[in-house]
Design a protein around this ligand. Sequence first.
Ligand code: PLP
Length: 455
Amino acid sequence: MKDQTSNSWEQRDMHNVFHGFTDLDTLNRNGPVVLTHGEGIHVFDVHGKSYMDANSGLWNNVAGFNHRGIIEALCDQARRFPGYHAFFGRIADTTVALSEKLIEISPFPSGKVYYTNSGSEANDTVVKMLWMLHRRNGQPQRRKIISRVNAYHGVTVATASMTGKAYNAEFGLPLPGFLHADCPHFWRFGRAGETEIEFSQRLARNLEELIIKEGPDTIAGMFAEPVQGAGGVIPPSEGYFEAIRPILRKYGIPLIADEVITGFGRTGAMWGSDKYNVQPDAIVASKCITAGYFPMGAVLLGPDLCAALTAVSEKAEEFPHGFTAGGNPLGSAVALKALEVLETEGLLENVNRLSGRFMSGLRQLGEHKYAGEARGVGFMGAVELVADKATKVALDGSYQISERIANKALEKGLICRPLGQAIVLGPPFVMTEVEMDRMFAILADTMTEVFAEVG
Ligand code: PLP
């Protein structure tokens, strides 16, 4: 604990805050980091110590932590019309303008936007949309949801069930009817002698077998992140989406791209769906939509799903679902400005300009003793730690190496993320070359020190 005086911010946190997704052992030993403000890609704690945030907050603070233009847009909207909902056909003008903009930049020729407050709620909303759609179309048994091993789709009961991570067992999840197809991670799951394309085709065959075994007319839809993010930054194997797309079409199964991380430039393209030829029926967005300055999630319905859902909603008189703060005009003003900043202040260009440097920095980290695969795309990357480079055997979990690397990096003023056996980086889109080199230098030193302790 940094500050033992009973009135410190750390003590007040420890007495009053119940943290989620926090290693309690580390928290009890080191205490929380209580922050006061940010400047560019750095955040500052209550003692004035600065940290470079190599994860953009939670992937979302892509324009840095004190962008004047976005702050002004929020304040201007607050002075004019600070809050309204989107129920009963009423809506703020700013939210209409944002919807128009989102459809304009989406991969869809036309469509509509539905608003939530988070990525979890947006995915959860799509599950209900699909259930209502199939039920009203005379297929009430069409309720099963396919996602994938290692996926992360959120924390509500339904989206945690879709999330393919082991910790959901703590809650007795997944619920029945939530199925997990293979994870398209060639380095980890490819077989000896198999090419990457053959691997993708094998996964597609497995998916078809799963659909047939479960009964094609029992499947409501499939969700997939274009690049699995919280699963440890796993870009799809070559030809993966091209291989699974025809199978889903054959059985009339809608494909939903969960672009909560990959949307708005993280991969270097506006959408991960563009980058990997996903051809989704709907896109789920959140995070960067407001550059992390306001809670917002959005479902972008492509034309076919939108038309089908509109038809059944008309039969039912409405789509009976909504969040009080969904479509809040403050968030809409922030999002409109954040998208303008993304397009006009060179953020996307910067991701593309520096992604080569980012990948080569990752690859250098990948040369460390216990580093296995270094992988990534755009401004999202990971180095997976292994006990043995040749066999790829995972490190003994009891060493908690990735956690130790992240903790030591934090002491040195760098925030990076341990995810299972991987160290994950998702820098803000405004990161400079100098900052990037510093990030890798700190991480390289930290890994060397921690590996030396391990032996
Ligand atoms: N989907 C993906 C791909 C995510 O990475 C996340 C969060 O990290 C979510 C959904 C859930 O979003 P939220 O935390 O806003 O509920």
